[in-house]
Each structure stands twice: as C-alpha cells, then as structure tokens.
Design a protein around this ligand. Structure first.
Ligand code: G6P
Length: 463
C-alpha cells in the first residue's frame, strides 16, 4: 500500500494536523510551486529538533507532490482518497464539529443526523485511522505525538491501541461546546469523540473555560476523564516576528494606500477575519450602521476598514455568508456614503502585509466573534499598533480571559451594545488608549508560540 521507502522510525516529536506547514500548487506547465504557511504551530515547532509533521494532502497540487515524491524533510503528507477527505473535512469536521463547538446551528431545522451523516462519519473514521497508522509507523520508541484539533479527535484513541509506548497529547484550537449543546450529537458519536481524545495522556485547550466544558462533557456522558490529564495553554502573539514584519517596506506601502482610501483626519475601525460564520462580521456591520444612525456626529469622521478573507468556500453556508457581508457593506455605503466619504472599505483578497498595515493604523479594533477558541487578531493589534488602539472585544472569545480588563467588552449578539462600545472606543482619550494598549500587548505576548509549544511537550513528558 505504502509507496514510500520505509525509513527507520526515529522521530522523537511528531505533530499531526489536517493542514500542514506547506501547500503545493500545480502550474499549467506541470510545475509544482511550494508555499509555506505561518501560524502558532509553525513557529512553535521551530524550537524543536528531530521532529516530523504529519498532515493531509489538501488539493491536487499536494496530491501530485506526494505522487512525485516531492516533499520536505520533516513533513509527511498523507494522500488520503479525495472523496474520503472531503467527507471527513467538509462533511464532519467543518459542518458538524465546528458547528457544535461554535454553537452555529439553527436548531429548529438543524442538525439532521441522517444516513448521509453516517456515511460521512465512516469517512471521518477512515481519515483519522490513516493518520493513526502513519503516526504509528513514523514515531520512534516512546516518542511524543501532539495531535491537533477537531479534525483528528479519534486519533489519540486509535494510536494508543497501535502504539501503547507513545506519549500522546491532543490540543483543541477551538472552543469546546457546553454539554447540553454537545448532546445534539448522536449518543454513540458523542461518546466516540470523547473517548477518542481521552486516548491521549493529556488533552489541552486554549482557555480554562474550554477545558472545563470538555471535563463537563466527559463527566456527564462518560462519568469522568479517566486517566487523561487536562491542560490549558493560552497561545500568545509572536511579538518578535510581528514587530519586525510590520515594519517592512511592503507594509509601509500598504499603509500609504489605506490612508489614501480612508481620507485625511478620519478615524478607523479595523477588523480582520476569515469570512467565517463564528466571526460575526454581519452583526459587526449592523453595529457600525447603528453607530452612524444614532450618532450622526461620526458621519464623515470614521471609516470601517473590514478585511474579510474567503474561507471554506466549498460550503454553501460560507458562500452565502460571504455574500451577506458584501451586500451589507454595499448597503451601508449606499445609505450613508458621500462623494468624499466611503463609510465601509471592504477587502476580500487575503493580503497579510495589508492586514499588518491596518493593525498599525487602527484607532479601534473590532473583534466580536460569537465564539472563538482564542482569536489572535485581538492579541496582534496591540503589539504592532502605531499610536495605540482601543480594542472592542467579545466576551465569547478565548482572548477575553487574558485581555478582558483593558478591552471594551461586548456581548456579540447585542448590536446596540456593540455600537455603544464602538462609540466609547472612538472617544477614548489618547493617554488612556496608550496605557491600555501597552497592557494589552503585555498580556497578549505572555506566552509566545515557542514557549507555548515547549510547555506542552514538557508537560506531556512529565509524569
Ligand atoms: C482556525 C481554527 C483552527 C482550525 C483552522 C482550520 O484557524 O482556529 O482551530 O484548525 O481554522 O482552518 P482550515 O482553513 O484548515 O479549515
């Protein structure tokens, strides 16, 4: 079955995640182009030697790379059948597990766990099994294996059966659902998911709140967490990288372009998100419209700079949501815009340098998710901000636990309350803003990615 040459199994630290650190695109002339990704795990893992990252091939380019034997040392891409992967990733991980942990269902009509769901669940099991088998092959004796996220909830249990000698950790980058909501899942599936994660020696979360929710589910449904230890590691912003990167020339260029779009002397309310249902972009726009409606003194004096980068466009609800964001932005501009003032500047094309430019420029950052594992935008803005930035932050973001004191905190469903918070943020005096930004930046960088990762590794190896 396995085409690869079988090298001796020696890796001492293994990471497993659906999306790996590298993506290949297949050019029309048949060439493969490699693109490196970023994120907490990539920088976290850079502190470790003798490691292997096991991930899934996600598109045609990745699959072609695996077939041609193109790759990088330290990365193994699994060429899982495209149909199986789509059912596991789009069908189960993104349409069921993501929805459960972010409370996204419209419960009068969904979810419906029918025969199609059961078919997709079988694919999710097969996809998890492919990871467990690859990890079992690759791990050296008593190696540490760190399994990431809701895509791979069954891997710890499966891997423990194959390789009882390993130290296995699982990390959830999402919130964890409260037990009453988790119980929307069919009983056998709910149990299988919990037992899967409890196959790990240690299950870890971004905040105490999500860890407690997980413990609550285990207690209620299984009677306890068994021998699995529970940990909390609140990933922080990567200050060194951000400070350096945000001062490079391409960021300066984009700042100049943004300033031009915003117009002289105006304040900015900035948001940067994937166009993701949980990010609450539509209610954010409603709140901004309410601000312009109820406090006309802000008209012409503020611009809402909204970057909403398309995500998971294979799913119809995500496409609809993206369209709703665009429609509402256009409506607001139609209703309030003047010849010299565009109230909402919406960009949908992902551009990291431009995001950093917006962070630097922002007077107010709006981070209002209905639920979020952590939310790194809330942590990154205060680190790179040029002249201090007031943070309007949802109490449902994991980052609230660390940043709540110096942010202006909102209930994400309360559009009028959010409009009031935007007003308060825009009105904040320079001195208060600077002081708060400084404290926010300190709290946001308390646990940089490398420390975050090494802490998990150390905790896993202890006993
Ligand atoms: C966000 C979440 C992670 C998740 C990832 C998946 O970053 O915080 O928990 O693993 O999205 O995104 P993808 O684009 O791979 O579906």
């Amino acid at each position: 079955e396995h085409a690869e040459a079988t090298a001796p199994s020696t890796a001492q630290v293994l990471v497993a995640s659906n999306r790996g650190p590298i993506t290949y695109t297949l050019g029309e002339d048949g060439t493969l182009d490699a693109k490196r990704g970023g994120g907490g795990l990539v920088s976290g893992l850079s502190a470790v030697d003798d490691k292997l990252w096991v991930c899934a091939a996600l598109g045609d380019g990745d699959r072609e790379a695996v077939r041609r034997g193109v790759g990088e040392p330290g990365v193994r891409m699994l060429d899982i059948d495209a149909g199986v992967h789509a059912d596991a990733y789009n069908g189960i991980a993104n349409s069921v597990l993501w929805f459960v942990h972010h409370l996204l269902y419209q419960t009068p009509v969904e979810p419906v766990f029918d025969a199609e769901f059961r078919r997709q669940w079988a694919a999710y099991e097969a996809y998890n099994r492919a990871f467990a088998q690859a990890l079992a092959e690759e791990a050296g004796p008593e190696a540490a294996v760190l399994v990431q996220d809701y895509h791979l909830a069954l891997v710890p249990g499966m891997l423990r059966e194959l390789r009882p000698d390993l130290r296995i950790g699982h990390f959830s980058h999402t919130p964890w659902a409260p037990v009453d909501y988790f119980r929307l899942l069919p009983d056998d599936i709910a149990e299988q998911l919990l037992r899967g994660i409890l196959g790990a020696d240690r299950a870890a979360f971004l905040t105490r709140r999500w860890a407690d929710a997980f413990i609550g589910c285990c207690t209620e449904i299984l009677g306890g967490t068994g021998r699995t230890r529970i940990g909390v590691h609140g990933l922080g912003a990567d200050a060194d990288f951000l400070r350096r990167r945000s001062r490079e020339a391409d960021v300066d260029e984009r700042m100049a372009a943004l300033r031009e779009q915003v117009g002289e002397g105006r304040k900015t309310i900035v948001r940067v998100d994937r166009t993701e249902l949980s990010k609450n972009i539509v209610r954010g726009l409603h709140a901004y419209r309410t601000l312009l409606e109820t406090r006309p003194e802000w008209r012409e004096r503020v611009v809402h700079v909204a970057f909403a980068y398309p995500s998971r466009q294979d799913l119809a609800v995500y496409r609809d949501y993206t369209a709703a964001v665009q429609t509402l932005a256009t409506e607001i501009n139609g209703a309030y815009g003047t010849e010299s003032w565009t109230p909402v500047v919406l960009h949908v094309k992902d551009d990291f340098a431009r995001s950093l430019a917006a962070y630097r420029l922002a007077d107010v950052a709006l981070v209002n998710p209905i639920r979020d594992g952590m939310n790194l935008v809330a942590k990154e803005v205060p680190v790179v901000s040029d002249q201090g930035c007031a943070l309007v932050l949802s109490r449902e973001a994991g980052a609230y636990e660390e940043l709540g004191e110096d942010a202006i905190v909102v209930n994400p469903y309360d559009v009028v309350g959010t409009a009031d918070a935007l007003h308060e943020a825009l009105s904040m005096g320079a001195e208060e803003r600077t002081g708060r930004t400084k404290r926010l930046a300190e709290a946001a960088t308390a646990l940089p990615p490398q420390r975050w990762f090494l802490d998990q590794l150390e905790a896993l190896r202890q006993e």
